[in-house]
Design a protein. Sequence first.
Length: 329
Amino acid sequence: MGSTVRLAVVMDPIGHIKYAKDTTLALLLAAQSRGWSLHYLEQQDLRLRDGVAEGRVRPLTVRADAQQWYSLGEPTVRALGQFDVVLMRKDPPFDTEYIYTTYVLERAELAGALVVNRPRGLRDMNEKVYTAWFPQCCAPTLVTRDMAEMAAFAAAQGKIVVKPLHGMGGHSVFVLEPGDKNARVVFETLTDDGQRFAIVQKYLPDIATGGDSRVLLIDGEPVPYALARIPLAEDNRGNLAAGAKGVGRALTERDRWLCGQIGPTLRDAGMLFVGLDVIGGYITEINVTSPTGVRELERQFPLDIGALFVDALERRLIGRAPRATILTT
C-alpha cells in the first residue's frame, strides 16, 4: 500500500500477556513487519466527546523477544477515526462495559476507521447464542432460563454440557451425567434461579479423544489447520486456559463444510477474524471477540497466520470508499 497504515489496538494490558501464546502479539508483529505504525490503548483509555470517539493513545513497538516484547511512547489524545485500522482485541467477559466500548468503536467506524471485528457484530453475535443462526451445523442445543426445560433436555439427551452465556476459557462449564444429583443446583447456579439465560448442549464424546478444535476464519476463509484442544484426563474442558493440550491437525471435509456454511455470513458482517469451536463435527461456539490459537498453530505448521490477517486488512482498506468527515452528531 502507498502511505503508512496507522493501526490502533484496544487490548488487555500488554505487559501481562503470555508471550508464547498471545495471538494479539502475533497479529501486531505481522502488521509492524509491513511497515505499519502501531498505537496502543486499553479499555480505560477510550472516550466519546461530543459524539467523536477519542482515545489516550501511545505509540507501540513490538518485538519477537520473550523478555521484552514491547515498548510504549508518550500518550496523546487522538480521534480514533484518524486511524486506518482499529483492532479490538479486548478479552471477555462480555459485560456492559464491553458493550459501551463497542459504541465508542462504532463512532470510530462511522468516522472512517476500519474496526475489526466490526462493533455491531461484536454486540449481535454472542459466541454461544449465535450458533442458533446455523442449526444445521450444531448438535442439539437449548438456551433457556427454565430449569424444568433443562431437566427435560437432559432426560432426552443423556449426558449434557451446561454453560453460562457470558463466560470464557472454560469458566463455569459443567458436564452432567444422566441422573446426576447435582443437576438441579447447577441449573439454579447458572440461571440464578431462573433469572438468567444459560445454554445446554448434548455432550459430544469426541472431545475426549479428538478434542475441541479451534478453526480460524480470516475474512470468511479457513486457515488450513485447526488446533485440537485435548482435555486433561481429569477434566472435561477443551480450553487451553483450563489446561487442555493444543494439537494441530489438518482441516477435514466436515470442517470445510462448516466453514462454507458460516464463513460468508461472518465475512459480509465485517467479522474478519473469527474462531469456530468444533467438537465431533459440530459447531459449539463462534468466537468473535478475541479468538486465539495462532501462536500454537504457527509453531506446529509452516504458517504465517498474522500475514494472512494483514493481507485481509489490506484488501479491505483498498476496497473502502474515501474517508468521510468525522461525524459529530
